[in-house]
Design a binder for this molecule. Structure first.
Ligand code: GTP
Length: 736
């Protein structure tokens, strides 16, 4: 229970550490993402997401998502795109899952962007209000950026101290092949250096092109604004001077106006009107005939001039279709000889004339607007009608302060540079953003291609290189499995193996030879000791079965062997004999001659019994004290009777011990025996009991007797009785 509590405590401590690490990583990611690195125009590099990838490689799903939320919030504050949470959240979970299955971080992220990230981003961008024309670029850049920050995360992970890997980790450390590790490390280094050099060179190139473009915009702006101002000023000055020097006589005045128009071909028309609004001179002259129709005072742009008597340039006011184009109106006061303002001169300047004087249709796009932001004149390629309001909306600021990125008429994006002209007009110099992006897109695509090819080639190379190390190592490992005795037959390492490996191989061979020798010596020693041990064990086993004094079997051996003797008799259908032999009045031997003599007597008696019953299967046992037991298979009643009697008589007539005084010691024995079919009883106690009873009867009947009890079938018994009689007679004769 305590162990499980301790485990719970360790687990919750580990979880806390993981969340702390996720918070730290998330905060770093958030901070870095708050300051995206500007590449060119409004394209930025995002590096803070490396924090998410580090978390993907080390943490569980909970802390990982927390880290992702923090990090992506930095992007949200910078760019305000909520789909980032989805795209990068999915990236984190996907990479985390592949990592758990043992995939390398960079490969896992490459798989994500190729299979899921880029197609998904394409789909999401096409659904979002993000400009469709840059979708491919955005998607490719996203993938490129993803691989870049993953490579950075991988390098950071490789450099991280070991305690981080063990202490703050929800994931198991995967053991990989050296070859895979080496090629992965090289791929990371190559990818990183390729991506960084590609980024630097392409950014440098694009920025240089961009600066060149901005310089062109600058010079176009200066040139066109100068040209325009010169033309306008010339025309405005002309009517201003005409106002000052307008002849008073009607005929001369008309001629002067006609001459003025002739000198300045850019005029569409010139009208001279008195303060009351009546037209007093005009070109074309036909306007004079229709003078009442020109209620000039009613024109708002003129009405003002009647009041303030100032030269001014108004914007495009109407389309002078009859004069071949849109017109711009310039007005100037008309003074009488005394210097009183007598009326106004209104002159219209033909826009087509202005266009012919200005270079508006080069590779840059130009728009000139008046003070009301109404288009006066625009490059043809823009398809903007004069008199229409110019709709320009600001985009994200670019990294260049000189220009802005704008959206024209809610459609295309342009770099824009504006110059304020006199009279409140503005010159807009525009250049399309799309070619810049397309160039970058091309470079990013080429970069990705180089990256993939570079990774494949470097993987192949490192694998081939690492084989120089791993193949000999594999061979060494295999040879380690060979028996030590095979040290001499250790195979040579492949040609070109590293010097260190060759040294290791040589050392290993030497060590294995020494071990083999040592093993041989050891085996000899072990064999000798084993033989000694076996002999000792045999002796011990023999001692355990034998009686210490007499050397015949002990009672335990009888107990163990009884059943097998019985089974043997059962199988061979022969009776089994069990006899108990007890020395008569043995106490007296001890008492009269001492225990040592008693012992010698018992030893001699055992020897006599063994001599009489020396068949391989005859079992002679010292049952206890001066009592011996015989277990004899394959006996008939006759042979039993005969042999036991012979034993009794042999003991009685044999001197067992020579006493100190030279006297011979003899003893007699009483024998109680049972011969029976083996099925009589399976318990040796029963058999011993019956034999003991017989012995008891022999003792009670005067000792030095045999009492044999037979429990065999009657036919056998009868023949046994006859045999008993004849055997007895024979033996007594022999002895007598
Ligand atoms: N010397 C010697 N004496 C033993 C040994 N084991 C038993 N005895 C003696 O054997 C004697 C047995 O005596 P009892 O059981 O009275 O029987 P007995 O004197 O032989 O008389 P009966 O059996 O009735 O004829 C005892 O005195 C024991 O001390 C032994 O290993 N060595």
């Amino acid at each position: 229970m305590f162990a499980s509590q301790r485990q719970d405590r360790t687990a919750s401590k580990q979880r806390l550490y993981c969340y702390l690490a996720a918070t730290l990583l998330g905060c770093i990611g958030l901070l870095v993402n708050l300051f995206p690195i500007p590449l060119f125009a409004n394209v930025h590099l995002i590096l803070g997401n490396a924090a998410i990838l580090i978390a993907s490689a080390r943490l569980g799903r909970g802390p990982l998502l927390w880290c992702m939320l923090l990090t992506v919030s930095g992007l949200y504050f910078s760019f305000g795109q909520p789909i980032s949470y989805f795209l990068f959240g999915l990236e984190a979970l996907f990479v985390n899952e592949l990592r758990r299955r043992g995939q390398f971080l960079l490969y896992a992220d490459l798989i994500y962007w190729t299979l899921l990230g880029m197609p998904l981003a394409y789909l999401l961008f096409s659904l979002s209000p993000y400009p469709n024309q840059y979708m491919l670029f955005s998607v490719v850049k996203q993938g490129f950026n993803g691989v870049l920050y993953t490579a950075i995360a991988s390098v950071i992970l490789m450099l991280m101290p070991k305690w981080w890997l063990q202490g703050v980790s929800d994931q198991e450390v995967v053991n990989r092949d050296f070859r895979d590790k080496l090629s992965y490390g090289v791929v990371i280094l190559i990818s990183l250096s390729l991506m960084v050099s590609l980024l630097l060179s392409s950014c440098y190139l694009i920025r240089t092109q961009q600066e060149l473009l901005f310089q062109q915009m600058d010079s176009a702006s200066v040139r066109v604004s100068d040209d325009l101002e010169q033309i306008i000023n010339r025309y405005v000055d002309a009517i201003e001077i005409a106002g000052k020097w307008m002849p008073t006589e009607t005929a001369v005045r008309q001629d002067a106006v006609a001459e003025l128009h002739q000198q300045y071909q850019g005029f569409s028309s010139i009208l001279v009107a008195k303060n009351d609004g009546s037209v007093v001179a005009a070109t074309p002259r036909s306007y004079l005939d229709h003078s009442p129709q020109f209620a000039v005072r009613q024109y708002s742009y003129l009405a003002n001039n009647f009041a303030i008597h100032k030269t001014q340039l108004t914007g495009a006011q109407y389309s002078g279709e009859d004069n071949g184009g849109y017109v711009v109106v310039a007005t100037a006061p008309w003074f009488d000889p005394l210097g009183n303002a007598d009326g106004v001169i209104e002159a219209t300047i033909n826009v087509q004339y202005l266009r012919s004087q200005l270079d508006l249709d080069g590779h840059l796009r130009l728009v000139i607007t008046d003070s009301d932001d109404q288009v006066v004149i625009a490059s043809k390629g823009l398809n903007i009608e004069p008199l229409s309001p110019l709709k320009i909306s600001a985009q994200q600021p670019t990294d260049s302060a000189a220009v802005n990125l704008v959206k024209l008429n809610q459609h295309d994006d342009f770099f824009e540079q504006t110059t304020s002209l006199t009279q409140g007009w503005t010159l807009h110099v525009l250049t399309a953003y799309k070619p810049v992006i397309e160039r970058a897109e091309q470079q990013f695509l080429i970069g990705l291609l180089i990256l993939i090819v570079g990774s494949v080639v470097s993987t192949m190379l490192t694998r081939k290189l690492s084989r120089h190390l791993t193949k000999p190592l594999e061979m060494l490992t295999k040879q380690l499995a060979l028996p030590y005795q095979a040290a001499d037959s250790m195979r040579r390492l492949p040609l070109g193996s590293a010097r260190e490996i060759l040294l290791l191989h040589r050392e290993l061979k030497y060590q294995r030879q020494s071990i083999a020798q040592y093993q041989e010596q050891l085996e000899d020693k072990v064999a000798k000791r084993t033989a000694e041990l076996a002999a000792a064990n045999t002796k011990l086993a023999r001692l355990a079965l034998r009686d210490g004094l007499t050397g015949v079997y002990n009672r335990r051996h009888f107990n163990d062997r009884f059943e097998s003797y019985r089974q043997y008799s059962l199988r061979s259908d022969q009776p089994l004999l069990l006899a108990m032999i007890d020395v008569d009045h043995f106490k007296r031997v001890n008492d009269n001659h001492g225990h040592l003599v008693g012992d010698d007597c018992l030893k001699a008696l055992a020897a006599v019994i063994q001599t009489h019953f020396s068949r391989e299967n005859d079992l002679v046992v010292r049952y206890g004290g001066e009592e011996f037991l015989l277990l004899l298979p394959h006996m008939t009643i006759e042979t039993a009777q005969l042999q036991l009697e012979q034993l009794r008589l042999a003991v009685q007539h044999r001197s067992l011990v020579t006493l100190a005084d030279g006297m011979q010691l003899t003893v007699s024995v009483s024998i109680g025996a049972i011969i029976a079919d083996a099925g009589l009883s399976n318990s040796y106690d029963d058999w011993v009991f019956i034999a003991d009873q017989a012995l008891y009867r022999a003792k009670n009947s005067g000792r030095n007797r045999l009492e044999l009890e037979a429990h065999v079938d009657s036919a056998v018994k009868n023949s046994a009785k006859q045999a008993q009689t004849s055997a007895l007679t024979t033996s007594l004769n022999e002895l007598g």
